[in-house]
Design a protein around this ligand. Structure first.
Ligand SMILES: Cc1cc2nc3c(=O)[nH]c(=O)nc-3n(C[C@H](O)[C@H](O)[C@H](O)COP(=O)(O)OP(=O)(O)OC[C@H]3O[C@@H](n4cnc5c(N)ncnc54)[C@H](O)[C@@H]3O)c2cc1C
Length: 453
């Protein structure tokens, strides 16, 4: 019987998996490997906050799925899956339309013999009023680019106001202190960004915004400086990075405060409107831009397809990464709820997606060969938080170490950067990854440090 393995979602986990499967079966005509993604190009999700601030150009860092499909010999289907019919082994794909709403491709079905769901996660607004209408999210490249455009628009608005006013230098204007959070009488226009959620996304975005603000005067925004950017992180938990060890949280708090980021912990957001974030305690915090980065959930089609899900809509898998003992459906990465020995779930991280891709690869090959499957065991190699050019903080864990080792500064930065290079190596091959590093160095030397259009 011929096999058709379909991987839905070419992200941190799915793309690595599909490439390994394609390499394994490239000489086997009885096995067809297909990737379906709703986007034509791949961008590693942990880079999205850098696209949002403009420190990274998405056009430079994207990789075409069709190019990868040609190189590694798999099939690529562009489309958004909105339903799984597990009994019939069929996927349903939405129609594709152009910007004007004209139909390009009608809705259709794709069959499979083995399916891997790796569709990642979306921001979870926990039903908070106003999030959909007024918040910017960082789930996808499109959303990161939307944030970037809004950010640039705000800079132009402030710049035009500066040039329209006859007032003197920034120092002369006696800018109100950062502690004066809601001072609307402040004569000098400031850009106020509120980030809801102090996980890795919110924290890294806050630091990168301040890093970009430092360079703005060099690029024509003469009167802009870091003290005119007010970034406030609002977090319901008692500390930032609540999922990570306390020492990392403490160290990141100190670094963020040093660069001027304000942090409010123990603060629950109750609603968002066009001008402000309201808290449960009745306070209104004025904001030009609000980013929602508080928690995740899985895409809704998983639950509506009748697959077993947890309270975040993530498909429940067993330790072999099978869905509901169904050995034709696997799930990996953020979209699955995979139990660990202690009863908790594998955390939604790029390193989890990477490890699951590797385990799913071995188990898919084993099911095809009729050999026995191996349970997936998550290994926490530590966590690293990049505070842009200011610092990198984290911990490393490994077989050779007892417990975790705290690292920061240059060494931590090198480990952080190596995560992306390892992903590039898995996708393009080691040699091509080295060439990409050379290309990136030349690109950086010949372009502006930040994207301002
Ligand atoms: C700003 C930011 C910073 C982060 N930083 C870190 C970090 O430093 N370290 C870390 O470990 N993790 C980090 N993460 C989390 C990490 O990005 C995710 O855990 C990881 O990408 C999950 O991988 P995945 O393969 O499950 O999903 P993704 O990488 O999200 O890939 C999902 C893919 O599925 C596609 N897709 C989605 N829905 C559909 C559909 N219905 N049909 C077809 N295709 C679909 C998407 O286009 C995408 O290509 C960060 C996340 C963000 C947003």
């Amino acid at each position: 019987m011929s096999e058709k393995i379909v991987v839905v979602g070419g992200g941190a986990g799915g793309l690595e998996l599909v490439i390994r499967l394609a390499k394994k079966f490239k000489k086997n005509d009885a096995v067809e490997v297909t990737l379906i993604d709703c986007n034509p190009t791949h961008i590693w999700k942990p880079l999205l906050h850098e696209i949002a601030t403009g420190s990274l150009n998405s056009n430079h860092d994207e990789t075409s799925y069709l190019m990868l499909a040609r190189k590694h010999r798999f099939s690529f289907v562009l489309g958004r899956v909105d339903g799984v019919h597990a009994e019939k082994r069929l996927l349903h794909l939405e129609a594709i339309q152009d910007d004007q709403g004209n139909s390009i491709v009608s809705e259709r079905s794709v069959n499979y013999t083995r399916l891997v769901l790796s569709v990642g996660s979306l921001c979870n607004d926990f039903g908070t009023p106003g999030v959909e209408a007024h918040c910017l999210l960082l789930d996808s490249r499109v959303q990161a680019e939307r944030f970037h455009q809004n950010f640039i628009n705000e800079l132009h608005r402030i710049h035009a106001n500066d040039n329209g006013s006859s007032a003197g230098s920034l120092a002369d204007k006696n800018v109100a202190g950062m502690a004066d959070e809601n001072n609307d009488n402040d004569q000098f226009d400031r850009l106020s960004v509120v980030i809801v959620g102090a996980g890795a996304t919110g924290v890294e975005l806050a630091a990168d915004l301040h890093n970009v603000a430092k360079s703005l005067p060099e690029y024509g925004f003469n009167e802009f400086s870091s003290d005119r950017l007010r970034v406030l992180i609002v977090e319901a938990a008692p500390r930032i990075l609540a999922q990570l060890p306390e020492r990392i949280s403490h160290s990141v708090t100190t670094e963020l405060e040093k660069i001027g980021v304000q942090i409010r912990t123990n603060t629950m957001v109750s609603a968002i409107d066009a001008n402000a974030v309201s808290t449960k305690s009745g306070e209104r915090i004025n904001a030009d831009l609000v980013v929602w980065a508080a928690g995740i959930k899985a895409p809704a089609f998983i639950a509506s397809s009748g697959l077993p899900v947890d309270r975040l809509g993530r498909v429940e898998v067993n330790t072999f990464l099978h869905v509901a003992e169904n050995n034709s459906v696997f799930a990996i990465g953020d979209c699955c709820a995979c139990p660990m020995k202690d009863g908790s779930m594998v955390p939604p991280r790029a390193q989890s997606a990477h490890q699951m891709a590797s385990a799913a690869y071995k188990n898919i090959v084993a099911t095809i060969n009729g050999s026995s499957l191996k349970p997936f065991v998550y290994k926490d190699f530590g966590s690293l938080i990049s505070l842009s050019e200011f610092s990198t903080v984290g911990n490393l864990m490994g077989n050779l170490m007892k417990g975790s080792v705290f690292i920061e500064g240059w060494l931590a930065r090198m480990f952080y950067l190596s995560l992306y290079r390892m992903h590039q190596s898995a996708v393009h091959g080691f040699g091509t990854m080295l060439l990409i590093i050379v290309g990136d160095t030349i690109y950086k030397a010949t372009r502006a440090n930040i994207k301002l259009h």
